[in-house]
Ligand binder design. Sequence first.
Ligand code: AMP
Length: 435
Amino acid sequence: MSTLKAVRGTRDLLPPETALWNRIETTARAVFARYNFGEIRTPVFEDTALFARGVGEETDIVSKEMYTWEDRARAQSEKTQTLTLRPENTAGVVRAYIEHQLGNTGDLQKLYYIGPQFRRERPQKGRYRQFSQIGAEVIGPPSAGSESPLRDAEVLEMLATLLDELGITGWTLHLNSVGSAADRARYNDALRAALVPVVGRMCVDCQRRAVTNPLRVLDCKVPEDQPIIDTLPMIADSLDEASQAHFAAVTAALDAAGVPYTRNHRLVRGLDYYTRTTFEFTHGGLGAQNALLGGGRYDGLSEMLGGPRAPGIGFAMGEDRLVLTLLAQESAAPQVVADAFIAPLGDAKNADALARMNAAALALARELRRAGLRIELGDGSFRLKKSFEAADKTARSIVILGEDELQSGILTVKTFSTGIQTKVPRTELAAFLSS
Ligand code: AMP
C-alpha cells in the first residue's frame, strides 16, 4: 500500500455520497434561480491583503488559519506576491464587485457561489481544512435598496426555503443585530468595562479576548464561563434607534412570511465585517460543529476594500455539514442503480465471435444511453451466471444480447424486482426500460 494519503483535514468524496453532493448543488442552483440570483466564480487564491483587510487581522481565520505563501516572481515584469487560498468567499465577491464596477449598473447584484474554501483548523467531525461552501451575496449602491431590511428578510426566507427543499428538518434560525460600527464601538467599551471585575475568573482565551477583541468572549464554549457571560451587557442595549428600527423591520417581515427564528443575543460572529443583522442556522444532529450556515450584513465592507459605498448581506452554508445532516437523517447515501446491465453472450473460446458480440453490446449501450438511460456494460467473456451476479448488484434489470437476439432484434430482459423475463423488440427497448 502506498504511504501517500490525502492531507490531514482533506478528504476524497466518493460515489454514492457524491450523488448527494450533486443533489444539494442542483437544488441550491434551482432555488437561487427562482430568487433571480446569478452565479459568480472567483479564483481559489487571492492576494493575502484582501483577507487581512476584508476579514480582519484580529480574527482566528486571518491570524492563524490561512494557507499563505510567497509566490516568487517568474519574470522581471512580475512581482513577488503573498497569496492565500481563500478561507471564505465574501471578500472575493466584493473584490470582484469593485474590480468590475458592478455598482455602476445602479442595480442590486444578487450573486451565488459554490466552491472549496481552506482553513487550517483542528479537524474534527464537520470541520475540515478543505471544505465546500454554498453562499450568496446581495450587494449594491444604497439607491438600489441594498440597505433595506426587506433584503435581509428575503435572504433568510430563501434560506428557510432551501433547507426545506433539501429535506433538512429541525433547523433553528438564530438571529441578532450587531448594529452599526458606532454601536459596536459603544458595545465594545461597555463589554470591556464589564469584563474588568470578572475576567480573572474566566478561561485564558477569554482573558486574552477581553483585551484584543471583547466581542469574541461571547463565542466562548467553556462551561464554567457561561454563567459569567450571561451577566455581561447585551449588544441589543447598545443599538441606536436606526439599528433597532432596521432589526424590527427584519423580524416583522419574517413574522409575516412565517419564518421561525429565535433572538440570540450572543450571536456576534467571528468576522469583523458584519454590521446590523447577523444570523446562523444550526442543527441538533451535527454535534459540536452545529452551524449549518452563517451570515449577515456587511454595509462597510466594500469601502474597507477601497470600493464605493455598497451595503450588502450574504451567507455561507457548509456543504459538508448539509451532507452530514442528510446522511444522518436518511441513514445512508442513496444507492445509485443503473436502469439496465447489458450482458453480451458469446463463445468465450471464439475470439472473433466474442469481439463481435462486445461491439454489438457497445452499440446497443450507446443507443440506450443516448435515450437517457443509465447503462452498465458487461463483457462477453462473462459467463451467464457471472453476468447475472454483476447485474444484480448494479442494475434494475439485465438485457441479454446473444447471437439469436442480435439476429432477431428481439432482446431478453429480466426485471429483478419482479423476477419476470420478457422478450422486447429492440425498437421498444428504451421505452420498456424507462417504464
Ligand atoms: P463562516 O464563514 O465561518 O461563517 O462559516 C460559514 C459556514 O461554513 C459554517 O456555518 C459551517 O457550516 C461552514 N464551515 C466553516 N468552517 C468550516 C470547516 N472548517 N469545515 C467545514 N465547514 C465549515
